[in-house]
Unconditional design. Structure first.
Length: 221
């Protein structure tokens, strides 16, 4: 006989599956051929904050399963250079160079550099999220750390005037992370796309125009 915890977990999983199946954005993603509902988050952010232009060079951090890479390829045209990297495997997308690796490690960074032919980029996007442990304080700290890693990557790889889109979760450390981003960029907006679940603390920081004096600089904090 299943114990109370097992019953509770089963009910939670069943409710999540039911919500997922009935989700408007999941249905739209299926209809339009996107790999996940997250595609609509990037589409909304790009439209609102004018992130895309033809022929851009872009790096997609934490790209699997590939819905953001799909959007980038679809919107930026054949002249774009799109490099996606993730620890997890990702099915190929035409026009996207995928690296299965860790952008925090020298091997992963070398692969990114080779794919970019040593050239800096116009846009870095990061939909990175931690594997949730259920311990809120720990999960929040991990999410902030991932955001900081994406910020440091952008400082090294964005050309002056380039943009960053990075996922964050509202909670402990968020305000400090937002200030760190604001020190590097001309304008920073906090956005919650319609495709984000209402109950989620997930937001995106859209950082516009990397300041020339911060390029390649380590944050003092």
């Amino acid at each position: 006989m299943a114990g109370p915890k097992a019953v509770k977990k089963h009910k939670f999983v069943k409710a999540w599956v039911q919500e997922h199946v009935n989700d408007h954005w999941v249905k739209e993603a299926t209809r339009l051929g996107y790999r996940s509902r997250a595609a609509f988050k990037l589409l909304e952010l790009a439209d609102r904050d004018k992130l895309f232009r033809a022929g851009m060079r872009v790096v997609d951090l934490g790209s699997a399963p590939g819905s953001w890479a799909q959007v980038l390829h679809e919107k930026l045209g054949p002249g774009a250079r799109i490099v996606a990297i993730d620890l997890l495997p990702m099915d190929p997308i035409r026009g996207v160079v995928f690296i299965q690796g860790d952008f925090r490690e020298p091997e992963g960074l070398s692969a990114v550099e080779a794919a970019l032919e040593g050239r800096k980029v116009d846009l870095v996007v990061s939909d990175l999220a931690p594997n949730l442990s259920g311990v809120e304080v720990a999960d929040q700290a991990r999410s902030v750390h991932l955001g900081e890693l994406a910020l440091e990557f952008s400082a090294q790889w964005l050309q002056p005037g380039g943009d960053l889109v990075v996922k964050a979760f509202q909670g402990g450390g968020f305000a400090e992370f937002q200030r760190a981003v604001q020190r590097r960029f001309d304008k920073v907006y906090v956005r919650k796309p319609k495709a984000s679940r209402d109950r989620s603390r997930e937001v995106y920081l859209v950082a516009k125009r990397l300041l020339p004096e911060t390029v390649g600089a380590a944050d003092a904090d």
